[in-house]
Design a protein around this ligand. Structure first.
Ligand SMILES: Cc1ncc(COP(=O)(O)O)c(C=O)c1O
Length: 278
């Protein structure tokens, strides 16, 4: 148990990565991956996504003797991409063949609208599986996450966990135990509600002729808008808060990320304000 998925990512990278090691990171990808890899002394290798998807062939091209970790995040933040079984299996085979570790960040596991969730741990032991209560049960502020890996990994991770955190908050652990062992209908209900919000948001964006793929998971859309920094700044002036794609890596610069973890009414209000800009 860790203090959110954030701590799980941090302690795994601290334990696995030595100065000079390469960490392959999806680009665009969740903001913490690059920062935490660098804090651990690693060299970040940006793996450009193909159609917002991590492609095993592109990953293979980046592998060298220094490759220590590949980060996989399905469903993904910021793109909402769900990787296929075949792709996940291919990542696992690369990890076995080249003896590196996959850190698989699966925090959006239960928010999939199309396709299935596949974990690399089905295919290899060279993997650290990271998850959390933050998204599944909307318990972000409770700061509870967890990781699973084979004992040799856990032994090393404990050494870092002990000194940065000592333990995950015990009160929050009891709350998450209740969430995990209780009825799960709320998760399915939330997923259905997210899908409805996604439809409203995508419908509005397409009416404005904004180019946007339909994400298969998570609760983000990642439209291509040209200059992402400029667009995010313009929208912020109108009270619509988005994240410029450049925050997620060099290959995200033409995009903005929009979260639909807000009410339908707020999405409609945001779309009204966006119409003035687009
Ligand atoms: C892909 C991904 N991983 C990890 C986290 C961090 O999760 P937590 O709040 O459990 O630390 C987030 C939060 O946005 C995320 O999007």
């Amino acid at each position: 148990m860790t203090s959110g998925a954030s701590e799980a990512l941090h302690i795994s990278l601290q334990a696995l990565v030595e100065p000079g090691d390469d960490v392959l990171v999806p680009d665009p990808g969740f903001v913490s991956y690059m920062a935490l890899s660098r804090i651990a002394g690693g060299r970040v290798i940006s793996v450009p996504l193909v159609d917002l998807c991590l492609d095993p062939d592109v990953v293979a091209e980046q592998i060298t003797r220094n490759t220590k970790v590949l980060i996989v995040n399905s469903p993904s933040n910021p793109c909402g991409t769900v990787q296929s079984r075949k792709e996940i299996q291919a990542f696992a085979e690369l990890a076995e063949d080249h003896d590196f570790t996959i850190i698989s960040d699966e925090v959006y596991e239960f928010f999939i609208y199309e396709g299935e969730h596949v974990s690399p741990a089905e295919f290899t032991d060279n993997v650290v599986t990271v998850n959390a209560a933050s998204k599944t049960y909307a318990m972000t502020g409770w700061r509870l996450g967890y990781l699973a890996a084979r004992p040799e990994y856990i032994e090393q991770f404990h050494k870092v966990h002990q000194y940065v955190q000592a333990c995950a908050n015990s009160v929050a652990q009891m709350a998450v135990l209740a969430a995990i062992t209780g009825p799960q209908d709320c998760v399915t209900e939330m997923r259905d509600r997210f899908k409805k919000r996604q439809d409203i948001l995508l419908g509005g964006l397409r009416e404005m002729n904004v180019e946007c793929a339909t994400p298969a998971g998570a609760f983000y859309v990642f439209p291509r808008v040209g200059d992402g920094d400029r667009t995010a700044a313009d929208l912020a002036e109108r009270g619509v808060i988005t994240v410029p794609g450049s925050a997620f890596g060099i290959y995200g610069a033409e995009h903005i990320r929009m979260s639909y973890a807000i009410s339908e009414a707020d999405i409609v209000r945001a779309l009204d304000r966006m119409r003035e800009r687009f």
